[in-house]
Design a protein around this ligand. Sequence first.
Ligand code: NAD
Length: 488
Amino acid sequence: MTLKVEAKKYRNLINGEWMEPASGKYQASVNPADTRDIVGYAPLSTTEEVEAAIAAAKKASHSWARLSPVARGEYLRKAADILEKRIDEIGETLTREMGKTLAEGKGETARGVAILRYYAGEGYHSIGDVIPSSDAESLLFTTRVPVGVVGLITPWNFPVAIPIWKLAPALIYGNTVVIKPALEATVTLMKVFECLQEAGFPPGVINLVSGSGSTVGNTIIEHPDVKAISFTGSNQVGRMIASKAVERGAKYQLELGGKNPSIITKHADLDLAAQLTVNAAMMSTGQKCTATSRAIVVKDVYDEFRAKVLEKVKQIKVGNGLDPETYMGPVASKSQFDSVLAAIEKGKAEGATLLFGGEALTEGELAHGYYIQPTVFEDVTPDMSLAQEEIFGPVLAMIKVDDFEQAIEVANGIKYGLSASLFTTRLDEAFTYMREIEAGVVRVNGESSGVELQAPFGGMKESSSHSREQGRAAMEFFTSIKTITMKA
Ligand code: NAD
């Protein structure tokens, strides 16, 4: 392949200006499909730069909040139009930076455009209720006001969609933002911010500070002027953010890990179930918080389902995401590579049977990237780490159960509760599952992965802070309610 040597040094956006990092230090963003390819350099910023961004956001806060939501929506609409023109380029950067296929990279960027347009339209919708007062002479109503400066901390697996699904509602409801993306995928978001900046947001309304979690992330979390923190990432970091936010009375929202089941009953359409389970487990190399990682299969159809899954997994073409033939790219980084392989070894040591895969791929061009075979285990029992711990890679654990009731029990026997799938042709099973399953995103005859931008998204149990993102649900987090009684 011909290597692109772009290797541009990116800058922070603070108070409407692109600023080089005061430290003069950068981290190379490396293509996980071919580590000889440097996608760009992300600034390693200091505490002072985060403080400057927060001060700028605070200064811009009042006048941004005083604009009408319709006027704020115009900025989002303009940003969407600019981003739309760069879908191919930014989609390709996304693929080079975190490894998912080009179709997924472009698809995610197009989703970013759609989210911006959706929230631009939100500027026309109602933000309060009129409530009958016990005093006939009074007008009792609610309205919603912005929270103020909000801090957004995002992971690397959806470097366009997740930042946009946080910042678009934050902005339309009148907040100003300081965002810190994951270092592994900062370049992609820098390009999205070039589009936002071109849309002409007033200085200080949108700020991006790149750097480490311990310096940049932590300063955002602890700063008294940051009134709300929206975080997507690991449970470990999420818990720490929650306790710090509670300590200083800040609002917080966490979207965390998952270990999502796909239940296959004896009444399932097995071709559909096998195809969608494999898609949900292996697309994006299993690095979606909503990916299927447990196939819970009723024993009557286990052998047939297993054969269909194996047939599909064997056909998976692993390679560089830029190659149109590729179904599954590399994992996103060296640390992902090490932790997924370690989880596979742990699974083997605990006594699960490796049905397919389980190895790194190092032949030819793949020698330069972080490639792992699509991996399927069977004889997994519900207590094994393969059935309990999030792996965040292309690993599917097959669990055989006696009946539908046991399938639900196993699906729920876990600390996570993000998404779930059921495959059945029976209405009674579908209704029982919809009632009993402990998950925030519930699918019947559909993949556990994927979200609809106009619908609430989030998990139950330890998968979230029990708040919801996206759709109109985002308004809860990014506003406060004022209850007003008015009398002449
Ligand atoms: P991570 O928790 O390591 O990092 C997420 C963000 O937090 C990054 O920007 C990182 O720099 C920052 N961070 C790290 N340490 C910090 C600290 N001490 N203080 C402040 N910020 C800090 O997660 P990741 O590896 O980027 O992402 C993978 C995880 O994200 C998985 O667990 C996955 O399930 C989860 N995820 C959840 C959802 C969801 O919506 N529920 C979506 C995508 C990913």
